[in-house]
Ligand binder design. Structure first.
Ligand code: SF4
Length: 413
């Protein structure tokens, strides 16, 4: 029987694709191995968002070469789209799939794999990820994604609903909806649909538990959509927004038609209507032209905001993008700014988590390890449960007992 492992880099869309391939391969009798050094096939879903992402991919390929030289590599994703020749020249690489060929990947792999008997499905992840859309119609000046993933293409609603039903039947309590630009969902479909239509249909499925939304573009958060996501009991109170910066000048240089005043209004609304929600953001520092004054604006915006965490990225010039041709900020400055904001994020996150000390809530077991089980609450708090006899993927009720700088600890109740 052919065995496989999957290594995923980058965004939730890549994770959702990996989740779907793992499900498909196992349904057709391939054996899933967590450890890539033990599998016949190593499938790598790559990312090229930053130069760091590129080097991580290259590093992993070398590692497979050292630890599992007999494995055949199947490589796809955004780095594979951008540098296919480099990858195909590696003798261990069996096949490179461009992003547009990803749709054929499962069928092609299954056609060369041995033993296609039905088998049981091992959990690839404890939450089901469903890709609803790919690509982006915008051209933010820093972003390489549209050139490697193309324009926005939505998955047909029927297909999404069927996948969600299948995952409900497999016992998943939480579904994560993933897309490169989630809010563009449905705008390209015939008949035209919308992200909100899709949310309502998913929520109405029999036996549906809860769903978590991946990153949302604040430019698309209309009042009806904001009202819906904050009032639905099936949508996790966890909203992650692609804000990118807190200085209007930099946001405009990035080519994004929105301003910090809008960010403030959206965040205030989310915080008021969903006061227990975790509110996150992506922030880029060191974008070309970012002065000390611009950075100061980002810092004070973030400090005053109700955000509970942010993912901070040092700007990385990507080939072919507009901003890569502009005068760059030196790396030391970028690192300093990034570390400053990461400390602020940590401080805000500890304060957020402290609000839940001695509180009880439902949580899904996402991982079990030597220290115990890691569970995830609907509002995105990862809690360590030192003693947990239950299996991954199950939903349990926990009480949060201790908050440290880096950890939240609790117990089953
Ligand atoms: S940052 Fe987001 S909205 Fe802008 S081009 Fe990239 S994927 Fe599209």
């Amino acid at each position: 029987m052919t065995s496989f492992s999957i290594k995923t880099f980058g965004c939730r869309v890549n994770q959702a694709e990996a989740f779907s391939w793992a499900n498909e391969f196992q349904k057709h009798g391939l054996e899933y191995k967590k450890d890539f050094s033990q599998s016949d096939l190593v499938l790598i879903n790559t990312c090229t968002l930053t130069s760091r992402a590129d080097s991580d991919v290259r590093g992993f390929i070398k590692k497979v070469g050292r630890l599992n030289p007999k494995a055949r590599l199947i490589i796809t994703g955004c780095y594979a789209e951008r540098e296919p020749e480099e990858l195909i020249n590696n003798s261990q690489v069996y096949r490179v799939f461009s992003n547009t060929e990803k749709g054929n990947l499962a069928a092609e792999v299954l056609s060369v794999a041995e033993d296609n008997k039905e088998t049981s499905i091992l959990p690839f992840r404890s939450r089901a990820l469903v890709k609803i859309q790919d690509g982006c119609n915008f051209r933010c000046n820093f972003c390489i994604i549209p050139s490697v993933r193309g324009r926005s293409v939505s998955v047909e609603k029927e297909e999404i609903l069927n996948q969600v039903k299948e995952f409900i039947n497999q016992g998943f309590k939480e579904i994560v909806l993933a897309g490169i630009h989630l809010c563009s969902y449905g705008l390209d479909l015939e008949p035209r649909s919308s992200f909100m239509d899709l949310l309502q249909e998913v929520e109405n499925l029999d036996g549906f538990g809860r769903m978590r939304l991946s990153s949302l573009d604040p430019r698309f958060l209309t009042p009806p959509l904001l009202k819906h996501v904050t009032s639905s009991e099936k949508i996790c109170p966890h909203f992650h927004l692609s804000l990118q910066n807190g200085s209007d000048e930099i946001i405009h240089r990035m080519g994004r038609k929105i301003d910090v005043g809008n960010y403030r209004r959206i965040l205030a609304y989310l915080h008021q209507k969903s006061p227990l929600a975790s509110l996150g953001a992506d922030i880029i520092v060191g974008f070309p032209g970012e002065s000390e004054a611009d950075f100061g604006k980002t810092y004070s915006f973030l400090r005053q905001s109700p955000l509970t965490y942010f993912h901070v990225f040092s700007y990385s010039a990507r080939p072919g993008t507009t901003a890569s041709k502009w005068i760059q900020i030196d790396n030391k400055k970028k690192k300093e700014r990034a570390s400053f904001l990461r400390s602020l994020s940590q401080e805000k996150n500890v304060n957020f988590r402290r609000r839940f000390k001695d509180k009880e809530c439902e949580a899904i077991i996402i991982k079990k390890g030597k220290k115990g089980a890691q569970v995830l609450t609907a509002n995105y708090i990862k809690v360590l449960i030192p003693y947990c006899p239950e299996e991954e993927k199950r939903e349990i009720r926990v009480k949060i007992t201790r908050i440290t700088h880096n950890e939240t600890i609790g117990q089953i109740v």
